[in-house]
Design a protein around this ligand. Structure first.
Ligand code: GDP
Ligand code: IMO
Ligand code: MG
Length: 414
């Protein structure tokens, strides 16, 4: 079976930590979408690592880690990431496999991302500027370059014609750039990546399934950033939902097993776009400081707010979540009271559905006050336990794992 683990909010729910925690139970960990816009933090044995493209099972020495066809790869960033973790990672060359069908992020994709955001001005998406959208545009526009192409004779020519096309677009946006150095680094990184095993990962994964191997698909971003169902247009350019696993790895729906949905005990978002429960006040600042809510990829401060139950019920529905994982409960430790949004008030009436025009309507969250708790060590004090029960009832799904700190060991099964 392919179990799935993915974020139910706007990203940064703690996916990296939980994948690393669950990885001992799996033979293969595979990323199925997104690219180096992701930043997945792991803490173990005194190490602190942020992974952008490499799956979070890489530090479990028995695990094969696959970068699937649905992922977009920046060779420069992937090389840096590999070089950074090699000293603390056994046999990375044997255990990291790359799909030949994964698309390549070119230096000019990064520039197009920056040029497009600059042109949007106040309406910018707040992208991570990693070139994600232009790369997926070239994929769906049937112009993309893929990992498998790097082994073919015409590769440099294909690169040049892609770049020439991009340059026209960038110049039309009146955006200044010079990618000479970046291009040298990019081609050097392509040579570096040739040392790694590039495979038809759909065959590899389906063969592993026939052999009864256990596979965990690791989502990036969050369900509210999904290109179809997120807060469009303030989204990323891939399907971040369970459905993305089928297209992003080449596995049939019948092989999907458990779907772990991860959420924070509160809520955060980085970048522009609607956020109904946002706390643009001292409480929001307190959550940001206590939760160290600064982006793992870009360092930007994350916006913070209370947990949003209509939003979570929406993404639990879309993903077919079978069990929940709650992270960062420790951040709420010591608060006298916390709040949970149970409905949205829009034009004087209440709804528990996420509206189509979320970006345009004014929403007042209907908040329920909840008693706070004081927790010590790895225990669940009664008030935290009752918060968990309350959430399980409101979300109609069991919370099986609770995370109480960034370290691998600060994790409880219920
Ligand atoms: P991801 O993108 O979903 O993997 O999440 P990020 O790594 O971007 O952000 C989560 C942040 O919270 C990281 O700094 C983690 O080290 C940290 N973290 C994860 N789980 C917990 C937790 O239970 N408690 C606390 N205090 N921090 C956590
Ligand atoms: P992980 O996997 C949080 C956000 C960006 C921006 C929007 C589009 O660490 O949870 P993009 O660069 O994809 O074009 O940006 O999506 N975003 C994320 N926010 N966590 C992420 O990944 C994100 N990846 C993209 O901030 O608002
Ligand atoms: Mg992150």
């Amino acid at each position: 079976m392919v179990d799935v683990i993915l974020g139910l909010q706007w990203g940064d729910e703690g996916k990296g930590k939980i994948v690393d925690f669950l990885a001992p139970n799996y033979d293969i960990i595979a990323r199925f979408q997104g690219g180096p816009n992701a930043g997945h933090s792991l803490e173990f044995d005194g190490h602190k690592v942020v992974l952008n493209t490499i799956p979070s099972g890489i530090f479990q020495s028995h695990c094969i880690n696959i970068i699937g066809n649905g992922v977009v790869i920046d060779p420069i960033l992937l090389r840096k990431e590999i070089e950074k973790i090699t000293p603390i990672c056994a046999d990375i060359k044997k255990r990291l496999l790359i799909s030949k069908k994964a698309h390549l992020i070119l230096p000019s994709h990064r520039t197009m991302d920056a040029a497009s955001e600059a042109a949007k001005g106040a309406l910018k998406i707040g992208s991570t500027l990693r070139g994600i959208t232009p790369t997926y545009q070239d994929k769906t526009g049937r112009n993309g370059l893929r990992i498998g192409d790097i082994f073919t004779p015409g590769f440099t020519e294909k690169y040049k014609s892609q770049t020439a096309r991009h340059t026209e677009t960038i110049l039309a946006l009146k955006f200044d750039f010079d990618n000479t150095e970046l291009e040298k680094e990019w081609f050097a990184a392509i040579e570096f990546i040739k040392q790694f095993t590039c495979i038809d990962s759909e065959y590899y994964i389906n063969q592993a399934l026939r052999e009864g191997k256990k596979i965990l698909a690791e989502g990036a971003q969050g369900s509210m950033l999904d290109i179809d169902f997120g807060t469009y247009p303030f989204v990323t350019s891939s399907n971040t939902l369970t459905s993305g696993v089928c297209t992003g790895l080449g596995v049939a729906p019948k092989h999907i097993g458990e779907v772990y949905g991860i959420f924070k005990a509160y809520c955060t978002r980085v970048g522009s776009g609607p956020f109904p429960t946002e706390l643009d006040n001292d409480m929001g600042e307190l959550l940001r400081q206590k939760g160290h809510e600064f982006g793992a990829t870009t360092g930007r401060p994350r916006r913070t707010g209370w947990i949003d139950l209509p939003q979570l019920n929406y993404t639990i529905m879309l993903n077919g979540v079978t069990q929940l994982v709650m992270t960062k409960a420790d951040v709420l430790n010591g608060f006298n009271e916390i709040f949970a949004c149970e409905a949205y008030e829009i034009n004087g009436s209440n709804t528990t559905e996420v509206p189509y025009d979320l970006c345009d309507v004014e929403i007042t969250p209907v908040l329920n006050k909840i008693e706070g708790w004081s927790q010590q060590g790895l225990e669940l004090p009664p008030a935290l336990d009752s918060y968990i029960h309350y959430l399980e009832t409101k979300l109609s799904t069991p919370i099986k794992i609770v995370s109480l700190g960034p370290d691998r060991k600060a994790t409880l099964f219920r």
